[in-house]
Design a protein around this ligand. Structure first.
Ligand code: WTA
Length: 633
């Protein structure tokens, strides 16, 4: 939606609150439906039961591909920059992408895939990853993308939870100077996953892989088969608005990651609407989102959002610091990027290299900047603004979550007056509130509380896969009739929102969501560990680091070796992204008489603030606190 002024925003916002159904019907009208809805919205947050655009029929790929074929057929849909700058980049026009998606959708069908199947995708950041998602959507199969940094164990858990019958992967993936043997990791995962009938393997690194007869097939061979069969198109499966589109696993404060479920109609409208509105995308702009498609940002803002709006989406296989810390700026220069959407952790990491990597890079094509994933500190905001945007590019600091499907609180580029560190104001259609501990709504400004949303929006999660009660418990039970985000937040005198970070046991490490309970479970798997407690602490680059207090009375003589073994254990169980930054061995954990770990105390110690630990009189063994303080890292 194009917003023409700040006053216009306020008007539209008011309308969206006064007449939400009318507002959303208007937005949804700009999408392509096979059949329009009978009812815009039905909802209650008690069960919860949320249904948008009931009765409507659609296929999201017709919005992302078919509807652009007439007007944008030769426009680049995806520009792909490889990890190695010496390798050629690739451009897929809308017509070419359409053809490839249809081809691969037919490959899926040839391999037994059908509507409603769950398909696990574990791939590097190559165009075929986007093609795989769209091909699943084309035939009505539900994709479950697993980020390439997760371990075999994590993949197996996700495959089992969703009962996937097909896996799409690659021989390996390149990231910086590392090569990850993706297929071999899948092979390890599949030992535990009898439901998987087929594994489709793309060639990327040409590393040797085991190909199991009857189960494993090469992507390229399967495409050839489709070509020789002479099948060209693949009709888009007709989906109900509330049919599942995808599952994406994300961490919470307890237990294993849960499968957040997004549905076809609402998610399509929300991803497209937010992309268009927040970035105020103009035809012919080149848009570069640096996220990985393994996370929600990549789903909504590399694939579905931009493609549904006919945008050119630039996709990058590598990392910001390889071959050197000027890589993003080389890409901006090379493709004359207009919009770059990245994460504070990347900005802070690049800042630490100084200005040398910026020398000789022409960034004058940039008109808009975006930030996502964690609070952006003022220093990083100003660096982004001055060194990258040269003071004339608005920064949209977009707050949202996997469960939200798309942006919730964010400036609108060029419209909303900016304040560094503030996600600013809700998009039209989003109704945030701050509540106190009891769940009472805090009115007025210059206040802070827990951030909730009191009215549904089309992109919100509908359930957690296979466990609706867990969805209710996690998001809708803390405060009645509200969706609870898990974030703390303040609202300033101008009504601007500033997200202060999670108020639950979820960490945000380099913009990745990690549950402390998950890391503790992994650490406790190590043979010498009796128990552990994991908390976050401020980290200059990562935002938060992982600090583990570990009780390991019978450890190896060499604590350093045990520390490394524990790291390896976490990498095996969850993945390298969850490895603790610090491990402190302790003789016991501070517990109350009822056996509850006093995390508040551990958090303070991890933050290096031991001056005032508050009341420790209720502790079972106060002496343990002194010991932990003395040994703090
Ligand atoms: C945090 C990522 C401050 C927040 C899209 C949220 C942010 C969690 C911002 C969701 C932002 C995301 N400012 N904090 N602009 N964006 N967060 O599910 O704590 O990976 O709850 O979704 O990231 O992380 P998730």
């Amino acid at each position: 939606m194009k917003i023409t002024s700040f006053d216009h925003y306020k008007e539209v916002y008011k309308h969206s609150v006064d007449q939400p159904e009318d507002f959303w019907a208007g937005i949804a009208d700009s999408f392509l439906w096979k059949k329009k809805w009978d009812k815009v919205l039905e909802w209650n947050f008690k069960e919860p039961n949320i249904k948008w655009f009931q009765g409507a029929k659609l296929n999201i790929t017709e919005n992302c591909l078919d509807r652009h074929l007439e007007t944008l057929r030769d426009k680049p849909a995806i520009i792909w920059e490889p990890n190695d700058p010496k390798e050629d980049h690739r451009v897929l026009t809308y017509r070419q992408l359409y053809k490839k998606v249809c081809q691969f959708a037919n490959v899926l069908k040839n391999n037994g895939a059908k509507k409603g199947d769950r398909i696990c995708i574990y791939m590097p950041m190559v165009p075929e990853l986007a093609i795989a998602l769209l091909a699943c959507a084309r035939i009505g199969a539900i994709h479950s993308v697993v980020f390439g940094g997760f371990s075999a164990q994590s993949i197996a858990d996700r495959i089992l939870d969703a009962e996937c019958n097909i896996v799409i992967t690659a021989d390996g993936g390149f990231r910086g100077n590392k090569e990850t043997p993706l297929k071999s990791i899948i092979d390890d995962a599949l030992v535990r996953c009898p439901s998987v009938q087929k594994v489709i393997v793309l060639t990327r690194t040409r590393t040797p892989v085991a190909m199991i007869k009857g189960r494993d097939v090469w992507w390229e061979d399967e495409i050839k088969k489709v070509e020789t069969q002479g099948i060209k198109d693949c009709p888009a499966e007709e989906m109900d608005a509330e049919d599942m589109l995808f599952i994406l696993y994300t961490s919470g404060s307890t237990g294993k990651p849960k499968g957040v479920v997004h549905t076809c109609g609402g998610y399509m409208v929300y991803a497209g609407y937010t992309f268009d509105t927040s970035f105020q995308y103009q035809p012919n702009e080149v848009y570069f989102c640096t996220a990985d498609i393994g996370w929600i940002t990549g789903h909504s803002y590399i694939v579905y959002g931009p493609l549904s709006q006919g945008a050119t989406s630039l996709m990058f296989e590598g990392i910001p610091t390889w071959p050197d810390a000027g890589r993003f700026w080389d890409i901006v220069d090379k493709f004359k990027v207009n919009i770059i959407y990245t994460a504070p952790t990347a900005i802070r990491s690049l800042m630490s290299f100084g200005e040398e990597p910026l020398n000789g890079k022409d960034l004058s094509s940039l008109t808009k900047l975006g930030s996502v994933g964690e609070p952006i500190n003022e220093e990083a905001w100003h660096w982004f603004d001055e060194k990258i945007g040269h003071g004339h590019c608005p920064i949209v600091d977009t707050w949202w979550q996997t469960e939200n499907g798309g942006h919730m609180i964010t400036p609108i580029a060029g419209i909303t007056p900016l304040k560094p560190g503030y996600a600013s104001l809700p998009l039209p259609g989003v109704q945030p509130v701050l509540v106190d501990e009891k769940g009472t709504i805090i009115e007025g400004n210059e206040v802070s509380g827990n951030l909730c949303i009191r009215f549904p929006w089309p992109g919100m999660l509908r359930t957690t896969y296979g466990d609706h009660e867990r969805c209710r418990q996690t998001y809708f039970a803390t405060y009645p009739d509200m969706y609870f985000t898990g974030d703390g937040c303040s609202r300033d005198a101008d009504g601007y929102y500033r997200i202060t970070g999670r108020v639950d046991d979820v960490l945000n490490v380099s913009g990745h969501r990690i549950g402390t309970a998950e890391v503790e479970n992994a650490i406790n798997m190590h043979s010498t560990v009796v128990e552990s407690a994991v908390v976050g602490y401020p980290h200059d680059i990562k935002g938060q680091g992982v600090y583990a207090f570990v009780v390991s009375p019978n450890m190896h003589d060499d604590p350093e070796l045990t520390r490394k073994d524990i790291m390896m254990t976490v990498a095996r169980i969850i993945g390298a992204i969850a490895k603790p930054d610090k491990i402190q061995f302790v003789s016991g954990l501070p517990k109350t008489r009822s056996g509850k770990i006093m995390r508040r105390i551990l958090r303070k110690i991890a933050e290096g603030d031991t001056s005032n630990l508050g009341d420790t009189s209720t502790l079972l063994d106060p002496a343990v606190v002194e010991e932990i303080k003395a040994g703090a890292l």
